[in-house]
Design a binder for this molecule. Sequence first.
Ligand SMILES: Nc1nc2c(ncn2[C@@H]2O[C@H](COP(=O)(O)OP(=O)(O)OP(=O)(O)O)[C@@H](O)[C@H]2O)c(=O)[nH]1
Ligand SMILES: [Zn+2]
Length: 199
Amino acid sequence: MKNYEKIEQYNTEVTELLSNNYKTIIENLGEDVTREGLEKTPERVAKAMQYLTHGYELDPLEILKSALFTEDHQQMIVVKDIEVYSMCEHHMLPFFGKAHVAYIPNGKIVGLSKIPRIVDAFARRMQVQERLTDQIKCCIQEALEPLGVAVVIEAQHMCMQMRGIQKQNSVTTTSSFTGAFEKDKTRKEFISLITSKLS
Ligand SMILES: Nc1nc2c(ncn2[C@@H]2O[C@H](COP(=O)(O)OP(=O)(O)OP(=O)(O)O)[C@@H](O)[C@H]2O)c(=O)[nH]1
Ligand SMILES: [Zn+2]
């Protein structure tokens, strides 16, 4: 079984521990955890939170290494508009948006689906957007040893929208580059590819 195929299998012991904790949290929030609508909520939340953090169970480097192919292609490969759902480690509220990932191979290419897979593997953890961006970049750099890697993430943070400063339209952009993408010309080509609309 591949390491991402066990996502929907919940650990019974952890589910029970989390359920008990969520029961207490709901009670501490002043609700009646025995009423019909809330009766199963602790268990539902326990499973939801395990799903939202299932990235800890995954090994992103292994995911990339499982689909490397030798190929003499040295042009930029861009996978853009990858949906990202993550959770801010400060408030445990979602942040979500899009990731754009590119690399220039140096003898090895990777199966395309593995790029969104590693985005998810790092996103489904307690995160900050900057670290998420860097982790994706470093993982691709290590697995493929390409001529360069570029990662841009654009995201909205619920902790800035539904509480706190309550700015509904602010979008945070983070970026991380290696190798050829440090050069202005290559970086501009990448930016132009991720901002172009083909439809
Ligand atoms: N750099 C960074 N900050 C984040 C991210 N997600 C949330 N934050 C910020 O984490 C910070 C935590 O600041 P604190 O002052 O300790 O928390 P707080 O009192 O709840 O802050 P406010 O959100 O300003 O009300 C806030 O400024 C959040 O906006 C992220 O991905 N990257
Ligand atoms: Zn937050």
